[in-house]
Design a protein around this ligand. Structure first.
Ligand code: HGY
Ligand code: MN
Ligand code: MN
Length: 382
């Protein structure tokens, strides 16, 4: 992350930007406006990613923001542009996502600073280890006159490729629940324990994973994933006494999502009772669905048309920092087509022509915002 921060500074300083790292490890680079003390528009995305990832999720949004400013060729706008590289969006290390962007909306609180990783290191200690001061987290918050936030991001799904469209405006981001469940049974000998006398935690977890998949297949618009499972003691000739797994449930309707989670927990307890197991669930995230800013969506669609492309609006199944920034400032996203719909995998890719169109669209958007009186009138929730 230190190297990533230094690279972004190397890109941004020649453009006359002031670069700093805030206390949550976010890279913050401000490209000045025509006049000093002008309000800011934030453009960015996340710097972190998932294990064995592709090369575009998150970082493409930061690189596109830098490329957009380079394309201004020194031109200043009536507003400053702050390029933000969020330190932690995926939630891989601490199990809970959006740590970087929550600092910008004042939600990197004591509870979140106390969350620990698998080695028992808290967010607060990780910030100190990185060389930053957790006591300064409040200084990461966005200014009250911030005009908005927008994020370029790969779609990470198959829709734009199927429609043969390079770009889209995101109208909403699906809500997301994340939990950890632990099935507890009784460790025993694999060779001597008759089947009807077992309390097999892996077998119980496996049955429940089938229930998760079936519920999602039968509920329109719902996706549910068990992405990680760890068994103890984890030996071939030992019946597992513990199976620890993650659950990720998403839907654009919060009611359907929350209902599905409650249903899955109820079914976990039911099958555990039948198998002589117990289940412990720990909620890690209950992130409501978020609508993007209507004014921004309209401006983005016009900018897409000006770029010579057919406009399209869509819901994002993936979570993004924009859903956190939207708590404080008008937020929006521009999606780029994802070839093969593959993401969170080294095969993740973008088409160079789509990237060029995204930069052109971004320039049209900046020109539209710079000349739009409505853009400055909007009050912020900051
Ligand atoms: O998991 C997600 O929704 C995204 O990759 N942060
Ligand atoms: Mn991701
Ligand atoms: Mn992402």
């Amino acid at each position: 992350m230190h190297e990533g921060h230094q690279e972004i500074a190397r890109w941004m300083e020649p453009l006359g930007a002031q670069v700093r790292i805030d206390a949550a490890g976010n890279s913050r680079a401000v490209y000045p406006a025509e006049q000093p003390n002008a309000p800011r528009l934030l453009i960015g995305s996340h710097l972190d990613t998932v294990p064995n990832a592709g090369a575009y999720d998150g970082i493409l949004g930061v690189v596109l923001a830098v490329a957009l400013l380079e394309e201004l060729r020194g031109r200043r706008l009536p507003f400053a542009i702050e390029v933000v590289g969020f330190s932690e969006e995926e939630g891989v290390r601490f199990g809970t996502p959006f740590i970087g962007s929550r600092a910008l909306v004042g939600r990197l609180d004591e509870e979140l600073l106390g969350v620990q990783d698998a080695r028992g290191i808290s967010v607060r200690e990780a910030i100190k280890e990185f060389g930053l001061n957790p006591a300064e987290v409040s200084q990461a918050e966005v200014q009250s006159d911030t005009l908005g936030y927008f994020e370029f991001h790969i779609e990470q799904g198959p829709i734009l490729e199927k429609l043969n469209l390079p770009l889209a405006a995101v109208e909403g981001i699906a809500g997301q629940s994340r939990l950890e469940l632990v099935f507890l049974g009784r460790t025993n000998h694999a060779g001597t324990t008759p089947m009807h006398l077992r309390c097999d935690a892996i077998a119980g977890a496996a049955e429940w994973i089938g229930v998760v998949e079936r519920l999602a297949m039968e509920t329109s618009g719902l996706v549910a994933t068990v992405g990680k499972i760890e068994a103890k003691p984890g030996a071939a000739n030992v019946i597992a006494g513990e199976a620890r797994l993650t659950l990720d449930v998403r839907h654009i309707s919060d009611e359907i999502r929350v209902q599905a989670v409650e249903d899955l927990i109820r079914q976990a307890n039911g099958l555990a009772a039948r198998r002589g197991l117990t289940v412990r669930e720990s909620p890690l995230l209950n992130q409501p669905a978020v609508a993007m800013d209507p004014f921004f969506i309209g401006q983005i669609e016009q900018a897409i048309v000006q770029t010579g492309c057919k406009p399209h609006r869509m819901v994002s199944g993936a979570g993004h920092d924009a859903m956190i920034l939207a708590e404080k400032v008008p937020s929006a996203m521009i999606f780029l087509r994802t070839p093969g719909g593959i993401s969170h995998d080294p095969a993740e890719s973008v088409l160079q022509d789509d990237v060029e169109k995204a930069i052109a669209c971004g320039l049209h958007l900046l020109d539209r915002l710079a000349s739009s009186p409505d853009f400055y009138k909007r009050t912020n929730r900051a």
